[in-house]
Design a protein around this ligand. Structure first.
Ligand code: PSU
Ligand code: MN
Length: 328
């Protein structure tokens, strides 16, 4: 597939010199792509280290990268190996990270980065950490499954994902299937509004926001994008305005993989009460709930998870490519 160059890309001035940063190692393909202003899509690695079991994690990560390439962009999976922050993990590195015993791999959000680097540890980067690193090297588009949010009863526990504050302060466009229905979606959207994050749905008439496993969270967002081109126009204006906050694009899960709302709700309730009983807290909550829901639904939720992230990678690549003009 012919890769396109960005001629009118509003960030090209920034991108002419690929930004160098201590502790960050760019894969040569990514360095070249950024130097030549080709479309690049960042991908996170917590989904590999903490979000899915083996071997689905590796297979999904590779399938997601393939989707990005098939749709005209270059994938840059971000993760940490022995204290080095890698942008563009190779297949071998990705497999090494996935195969490490869980206790040796840290789930790295913004706050965890300096510690993990100082101890030369390895880790999967969350949406927050991946955004931060992507921005450091000049990548503007990032695809994932779902972002973290305000947890149910978060108004009591203050369990609010650092992904939301990162979206408020880092200019990266995150393409996802909205906010997981294990979270409090209305409060998450309120919080994003407070943080000044522009939130839009994608090909979801009426601006209905997706909720990860199903297409309709029952919540509306103010804007809907009806094509990758429209999304690219939004990104262009966002760049021209030099917004210092992120952008969130919610793509509903493909119809054929969507879960039945009542069944998934039941599984979520069951998983949440298991978490409470077992005293799961802090950063362990999300991985625990994802694994418990997969078990309760006998793997169905995992299938939905894989389908939606592949679809998001496709949309993100099309948006990144659409920001560029065909080279002649
Ligand atoms: N959604 C998934 N799988 C995941 C995550 C989200 O289906 O692994 C990860 C993402 O990396 C996200 C993180 O950034 O969980 C949020 O965790 P927390 O709520 O602890 O911030
Ligand atoms: Mn949390």
């Amino acid at each position: 597939m012919l890769l396109r160059r960005c001629f009118l890309f509003p960030f090209s001035a920034n991108r002419l010199a690929v930004r160098r940063s201590l502790h960050i190692v760019l894969h040569p393909e990514i360095r070249q792509a950024l130097q030549h202003q080709k479309p690049v899509v960042a991908l996170e690695s917590t989904i590999i280290t903490h979000g899915m079991p083996m071997p689905e994690n590796v297979l999904t990560a590779l399938a997601v990268e393939e989707q990005v390439r098939l749709n005209g962009a270059i994938p840059a999976t971000i993760g940490i190996l022995d204290g080095r922050i890698k942008v563009g993990l190779t297949r071998e590195e990705l497999t090494t990270l996935a195969k490490k015993p869980r206790e040796q791999v840290i789930k790295c959000s913004r706050r965890d980065l300096p510690f993990v680097v100082s101890r030369r540890q390895s880790g999967g980067t969350t949406v927050a950490a991946t955004m931060l690193i992507a921005h450091r090297v000049g990548i503007r588009v990032f695809a994932t499954g779902g972002i973290g949010g305000v947890h149910r009863e978060g108004q009591e526990s203050l369990d609010v994902s650092a992904d939301l504050t990162e979206l408020g302060r880092t200019p990266v466009a995150v393409v996802c299937s909205g906010v997981k229905s294990i979270l409090d979606i209305p409060r998450t959207l309120e919080y994003l509004e407070t943080q000044g994050v522009c939130v839009a749905s994608f090909e979801s008439p009426g601006g209905v926001f997706p909720d990860f496993y199903t297409r309709d969270s029952g919540c509306k967002v103010p804007y809907n994008l009806s094509s990758a081109k429209e999304a690219a126009e939004l990104l262009r204006s966002w760049g021209e305005l030099k917004m210092e906050s992120g952008l969130l694009i919610g793509v509903p899960i493909p119809e054929e993989f969507a879960a039945e709302k009542s069944k998934i709700e039941e599984a979520i309730k069951e998983a949440s009460s298991q978490a409470k009983e077992q005293g799961i807290s802090g950063k362990d909550v999300t991985p625990f709930l994802l694994a418990a829901i997969a078990k309760i639904t006998e793997g169905k939720s995992l299938k939905s998870n894989i389908a939606l992230i592949k679809n998001n990678a496709k949309v993100a690549a099309q948006i990144a490519a659409s920001l560029c003009e065909v080279s002649t």
